[in-house]
Write a protein that binds this ligand. Sequence first.
Ligand code: COI
Length: 355
Amino acid sequence: TTKPSGYRGIFWLGKICDDEDADVNWDKLGFGLTQTDYMYVMSCCKDQSFLKGQLCRYANIELSPSAGVLNYGQGVYEGMKANRTQDGRILLFRAGQNAGRMRHGAERMCMPSPSIDQFIDAVKETVSANKRWIPPPGKGSLYVRPMLLGTGPILGLAPAPEYTFLVYVSPVGYYFKEGTAPLNLYIEEEYVRASPGGAGGVKSITNYAPVMKAITKAKDRGFSDVLYLDAINKKYLEEVSSCNIFIVKGNVISTPATNGTILEGVTRKSIIEIAKDHGYQVEERPVAVDELVDADEVFCTGTAVGVALVGSITYRNKRTEFRSEGRLVCQQLYSTLVGLQTGRIEDKKGWTLEI
Ligand code: COI
């Protein structure tokens, strides 16, 4: 394998003693980074295909100051989870969906991308090599972060001359400090997350730094996260900074239709299918902010977030509370999703991949 030019600092060889238990307090996992043993790296030049990558020690990477990703944000990433089952298997959830979404995002950001098989093989290898960092059943998951970055040097605004696909992992627990407690969301009107024609619908790294200002403002006021409205009318729900949103009214579950400004979440897609299987009517359509006051339940979905119940939403200084007793649709759907992801429920959908 040819070593990519930008990675001189990496240890390509040397096996870690990976029989030892990971040094992690499994009861205290949040969504912080725990460095693991290995990462996967594969590179290619512009107008070429990725050939063969390899595992290497988890380490800093060396980049030119003029790397496309550093200067112009040419990068997309994915988020996935691997779980341990009670009977000792390791399951990866819907890896092909993430692989396809990365290819779609790469196309939008003018980058070559790994094939679906290359992506899945890289993720499998990385998870397998870092097996000791996968939390025991019920304690969390191994979060997998595949990234595709324009790492070649470029000064003028154009696609970078070289690309790097990289996969690293970290054991994680709950995304929000609230754990399983309902979230308190704040509807933002000053900042928007994405606008038509932009890159809001793909997992571009450029979608995330711009929302930090709104998140910081909301967190300082005690909210869990921010819910954004559409950029044109400021009337329809879009998504939360880190996840998609659903509202429940009777037997109908509605979620904003993905129209190019909303991320096509793999968990969103899975929950839609699970909800239909459970007999709910699911509507993907514009959801007006005014509909929130009548909702029985509101919940968020995302790989990192899972399925999280929303307890309140504050809009123009008015706080709408959602009852959290009674029949929780969110709970029912989440339990099915986690059951499939952790092998408690037999996977008849072909969503899981055993490693
Ligand atoms: C994920 O859910 O995997 C994400 O990428 C969201 C991120 C803000 C953690």
